[in-house]
Ligand binder design. Structure first.
Ligand code: FES
Length: 320
């Protein structure tokens, strides 16, 4: 994917531990268009690369806006943004890419947990601009840790947003089971936030009987799918096209091992979230560690995500 040079034109403290950055093309030209739910890869000082959802209105071409939570458990990306990126800096980003697109629906329910509000906010902007029917629920630990409240209050869709604070009265907490009590084929649900929040929404919707195709989710930050390398066993992968066999040791991914031997598979998130690396499996049984495939797709065992998934069998034959 081609890279863009962008200048940091604004940096704002949006809430406790959350900053937003505005990015404009370094050459002053309009930025490539994007759709609600898109993210960009941001190349940070120190050689780190992180993906951030765009949260500004998707009709804008003069800027991209991202929101970044300073996460003490992060692997360095959020600290780099908070400490090392300042207005005037020029950084490199990818063009926007969307793994979390809105689909046409009679009604849309947007659910944001914490900093997961960023793609949800962009979706709200799109839906409001389209005059679509939607509601947004925004869960956060406390008002002080809730980013973009002022922006939402001043938006055309302020009346559609309900806040739920962990430190607030029990009566204002999100009552998800009641909110989605009746499965509705004409309603699509979008959820973004921490893995526990997404899991709660996805599991609740499934238990109530919502079709899986109506529930859309995207994790931010590191996905909880990488597993524990200490318990991993090595396995072999065979490329059906050439017959070459490579061993994937504990602590290495199929993608990494193949790349070392000059076999490049398409890859993006490297966390089992986006599905970019999805590869057909011709023989053997994968150990699925992604968050992308449905339960049915996993059970079929005919494809897997080599960026994070491994094998239950000694050998996987890949359609590569
Ligand atoms: Fe995103 Fe593998 S690269 S799922």
């Amino acid at each position: 994917m081609s890279q863009l040079q962008v200048k940091v034109t604004a940096r704002r403290e949006e809430a406790e531990g959350i900053v937003s950055l505005e990015l404009a093309a370094a050459d002053g030209k309009p930025l490539p268009p994007f759709s609600a739910g898109s993210h960009i890869d941001v190349h940070l000082p120190g050689g780190l690369m992180r993906q951030y959802s765009l949260c500004n209105p998707p009709h804008e071409s003069h800027r991209y806006q991202i929101g970044v939570l300073r996460d003490p458990n992060s692997r360095g990306g959020s600290a780099a943004v908070h400490e090392a990126v300042r207005p005037g800096d020029v950084i490199s980003i990818s063009e926007p890419c969307n793994h979390f697109p809105l689909v046409q629906a009679r009604r849309t329910l947007l659910l944001a947990g914490g900093i997961g509000v960023t793609p949800i906010l962009c979706m709200a902007e799109r839906l409001a601009a389209d005059g679509a029917e939607f509601d947004m629920h925004y869960c956060a630990r406390s008002p002080a840790r809730t980013a973009f409240r002022e922006r939402i209050a001043q938006s055309a869709f302020a009346g559609r947003v309900a806040y739920h604070f962990d430190d607030g009265e029990p009566g204002q907490k999100l009552d998800l089971a009641t909110l989605i009590a009746v499965p509705d084929a004409n309603t699509h649900i979008y959820v973004c936030g921490p893995s526990g929040f997404i899991g709660h929404v996805v599991d609740t919707a499934k238990a109530i009987g919502w079709p899986a195709s109506n529930v859309h989710f995207e994790y931010f930050g590191a996905a909880p799918a990488s597993g524990d390398a200490a318990g991993d066993a090595p396995f072999d992968v065979k490329l059906a096209s050439s017959g070459q066999v490579f061993t994937v040791p504990a602590g290495r991914t199929v993608i990494q091992v193949l790349a070392e031997h000059g076999v490049e598979l398409p890859v993006s998130c490297e966390q089992g979230v986006c599905g970019t690396c999805l590869t057909r499996v011709l023989e053997g049984e994968p150990e699925h560690r992604d968050l992308y495939l449905t339960d049915e797709e996993r059970a079929a065992n005919d494809q897997f995500t080599p960026c994070c998934s491994r094998a239950r069998s000694a050998l996987l034959v890949l359609d590569v």
